[in-house]
Design a protein around this ligand. Structure first.
Ligand code: 291
Ligand code: CA
Ligand code: CA
Length: 275
């Protein structure tokens, strides 16, 4: 329906009791007013719509802006997290390398410790056995020096220069020959000092005394007669009538100077030679 028709029907409805005079002007004025009102209304509506749209758009723009900002912040955070992640990964790799090399070193050190423990064990055993040996040697040294002191004390009055012993046990005559072959003869013991000295040999040895030529007449190898003898008790006894040569019969009681014995000349003894 058109506006004019609407207005016409409207005017017709209102003006049932009005006068006919000046009616078209009034009707036009009213129509103008209605039009104005409608226009105003429309304008108001449009304004309202416009304002609403403006507010909505502005709000959405702000929202978008804030979304954009948030997205940028997220991006920024993601980037920095990515950087951190990369750094952490490289740090992790370095730590892993360090861990591997330290593990390797630990293994090597463990092996070394094991080797050293084995070596320590061996050295300890060596030390123990060496200590044992040292103790034994110390004991031996002590006993040897004791023996040396004893020998020295016993023999200090004599010089062994010019005396020597035959190298193996032989008969009295063979031992004598051994000495003579070396510019010496069996020893003649005509002093206590000499007897003490020879006793320090601590062996059963021939001396240069015999009664080979004349039983019971003991003579030294230089043909001199025996003056002082150092006989064991009960000697000489010419046992079985066959003992014509004299030995020093070493006895452990070194203080006993009386240690001579007559013996069969065929017995084997080393001899003491004197130059
Ligand atoms: C006895 C004593 C000695 C004797 C000796 C010999 C050793 O000592 O009667 O006077 O000279 O026997 O019978 O004879 C041999 N061949 O060695 C024994 C021991 C110390
Ligand atoms: Ca005899
Ligand atoms: Ca005898």
């Amino acid at each position: 329906m058109e506006f004019d028709a609407i207005y016409a029907s409207y005017e017709d409805g209102i003006d049932t009791t009005g006068q006919d005079e000046g009616k078209p002007q009034k009707r036009r004025g009213r129509r103008c007013l209605v039009l104005k009102t409608v226009c105003l209304g429309l304008i108001c509506v449009l304004l309202l719509v416009f304002i609403t749209l403006y507010i909505t758009i502005t709000a959405e723009r702000d929202l978008l802006k804030s979304y954009k900002n948030t997205a940028e912040e997220f991006n920024h955070t993601i980037n920095s997290l990515q950087d951190n992640y990369t750094d952490l990964m490289s740090e992790k790799d370095q730590l892993k390398n360090s861990f591997n090399s330290l593990s390797q070193k630990k293994l090597e050190l463990e092996t070394r410790v094991n080797d050293l423990s084995v070596e320590k064990g061996q050295l300890q055993r060596s030390v123990e056995s060496l200590s044992q040996k040292k103790l034994e040697l110390e004991t031996r040294v002590a006993s040897l020096s004791e023996e040396l002191t004893k020998v020295f004390k016993e023999g200090y009055q004599c010089s062994l220069d010019g005396f020597f012993m035959s190298n193996k046990p032989m008969s009295w005559s063979e031992s004598r020959q051994f000495c003579r072959d070396r510019g010496a003869d069996l020893i003649i013991i005509n002093t206590e000092e000499k007897q003490r000295c020879i006793s320090s040999f601590k062996e059963r040895v021939w001396i240069g005394l015999s009664d080979i030529e004349n039983e019971g007449n003991l003579k030294w190898v230089d043909n001199s007669t025996l003056i002082q003898g150092f006989w064991t008790e009960g000697e000489p006894n010419d046992d079985k009538g066959i003992e014509d040569c004299v030995e020093i019969r070493y006895s452990c009681s070194s203080s006993n100077l009386n240690n001579w014995n007559d013996l069969p000349c065929s017995e084997k003894r080393k001899g003491i030679c004197e130059k």
